[in-house]
Design a protein around this ligand. Structure first.
Ligand SMILES: Cc1ncc(COP(=O)(O)O)c(C=O)c1O
Length: 349
């Protein structure tokens, strides 16, 4: 375990209040729909993103997979960002489990996709039997791999309009939707309103030990629940986890500003370090990206000194601030970074 863990907000530990709620939660069999704590979490989660209903899921990956499968028939296409978590990091689940073809569209540096490229996924003649037809557009907001970018509202509106015109739904991977809402000063229900369905994670910046939520219309969520069971995600006395999720929703959303401020503090400190190429775009949420001269050596050297950082491809380092990181931890990390840059190899003596 690192003294300062900046690899991801998935390393957050449950709070004392969560652990307490987990031991006292009222439980039942959730596959029967009889776990009162899960039911309470689902009601609250749906309300917080302005949707009719919600389903508690084991993970963000299963949430996205079940949502895609609920929207898309076998043999159809799902349009995804080429830099999206769904496309890059979720093991091709929609193809493997759902017989659905991914149609990746390049993400620009700000996370957006070219509307014309999305349009091009739709064949001129949808009755031509040669083509697998697009059945869904997926968005990710904030867009993690593009540097934690918060998608502009105008882009969300444009994608919504395109999807409506083409007669396909929109699914939003909003793993960190409350970070996005805070960053752009727009309430989560509005961000979710441009999508037919949304998944968000309780186990990242909100610090619950596990779990995500899919929200959407009642019939859509009923279909997700059926697919969740099929995928092996029916969890019986899941109220133990939902109890922590409820505390996460009530107590952790309001403190995300602290993580954003710590990310800015980290970026400002990095800007003063020689040898670091900092992503010039302003830090919008709890992620900071930069390039040291040798990313692998930098990760190893920081690790030796008790600071966990991650390489996120193409020589980029990602640092994520979260509930387990204080301003003092940020300052300590900066001291370690300076040392790792000035003394890249550990002294064997
Ligand atoms: C944007 C995004 N979506 C989905 C996921 C998957 O969530 P999980 O790890 O709970 O499966 C992640 C995980 O980091 C993510 O960053």
């Amino acid at each position: 375990m690192f003294r300062v863990e900046l690899r991801s907000d998935t390393f957050t530990l449950p709070t004392a209040e969560m652990l307490d709620a987990m031991t006292t939660a009222e439980l039942g069999d959730d596959v029967y729909g009889e776990d009162p704590t899960v039911n309470a979490l689902e009601r609250r989660a749906a309300q917080m993103v302005g949707k009719e209903a919600a389903c508690f899921m084991p993970s963000g990956t299963m949430s996205n997979l079940a949502s895609i499968m609920a929207h898309c028939p076998r043999g159809s296409q799902v349009i995804v960002g080429a830099e999206s978590d769904i496309y890059v990091y979720q093991a091709g689940g929609a193809s493997v489990c759902g017989g659905i073809v991914y149609h990746p569209v390049a993400n620009r540096r700000d996370g957006t996709m070219d509307l014309e490229e999305i349009e091009a996924a739709f064949p001129d003649d949808p009755d031509d039997p040669q083509f697998a037809l697009p059945a869904l557009i997926c968005l990710e907001n904030p867009q993690n791999h593009c540097g934690g970018r918060v998608l502009p509202l105008g882009h969300l509106k444009a994608i919504r309009a395109l999807a409506t015109q083409r007669g396909v739904p929109v699914h939003l991977d909003g793993a960190r939707i409350f970070n996005a809402a805070l960053a752009c000063g727009v309430a989560a229900p509005e961000l979710a309103s441009y999508a037919d369905s949304i998944q968000f994670c309780l186990s990242k910046g909100l610090a619950a030990p596990a779990g995500s939520v899919v929200a959407g219309s009642r019939p859509f969520v009923a279909e997700v629940r059926r697919i969740r069971k099929m995928l092996g995600g029916g969890m019986r006395q899941a109220g133990v986890l939902a109890a922590a999720g409820l505390v996460a929703l009530e107590t952790m959303v309001g403190r995300l500003a602290e993580d954003h401020a710590n990310a800015v503090r980290l970026a400002e400190g990095l800007a003063d370090l020689d040898g670091v190429r900092l992503d010039p775009r302003p830090v919008e949420m709890n992620m900071v990206f930069f390039r040291p001269p040798d990313a692998a050596a930098f990760v190893a050297r920081c690790g030796e000194m008790g600071v966990g950082v991650a390489e996120l491809g193409r020589g980029r380092i990602r640092c994520v601030t979260h509930a387990g990181i204080s301003a003092e931890d940020v300052d300590h990390a900066l001291t370690v970074f300076a040392k790792a840059l000035s003394e890249p190899a550990s002294n064997p003596s």
